[in-house]
Write a protein that binds this ligand. Structure first.
Ligand SMILES: [Zn+2]
Length: 130
């Protein structure tokens, strides 16, 4: 299990949405770039104006690591754990645990899995079709 988040002013609405199993993203009102993590301005054009966008939760694996030894908050029971950077279909990248026991490859299609913990909800992923 990964650590609970420490929400700030920008990320609190994102965590609140995850609690409702919704993936809240920001889309720049000026250039249309979809961004993550939540931030007050567009990294592409600098515009402070953004629109709310709820992601479909689908995307593909961009990169990943496999945790094989207890590390940080990962205990033996959690291992091995795949932590993937997922490129969402909306165009931005997010990080999350990928629940699979099969080999992972770049471009693997995945879908969001919302894992409820006591006080927060974790964004994780499953391979499509598993
Ligand atoms: Zn922009």
């Amino acid at each position: 299990v990964t650590s609970p988040p420490v929400p700030d002013e920008d990320s609190a609405p994102y965590w609140d949405a995850l609690r409702e199993h919704r993936l809240r993203l920001q889309k720049c009102a000026n250039c249309g770039e979809v961004r993550f993590p939540p931030m007050p301005g567009c990294p592409n054009c600098g515009s402070p104006e953004s629109k709310l966008l709820f992601g479909a939760g689908t995307g593909e694996v961009y990169s990943w690591i496999v945790v094989r030894r207890p590390f940080g908050t990962f205990t033996e029971a959690d291992l091995p754990a795949v932590i993937a950077t997922v490129e969402l279909d909306e165009g931005c990248r997010v990080l999350g645990r990928l629940h699979t026991t099969k080999p992972v490859s770049a471009g693997l299609r995945v879908v969001a899995r919302y894992v409820d913990h006591d006080e927060w909800t974790e964004l994780a992923f499953d391979p499509v079709g598993s």
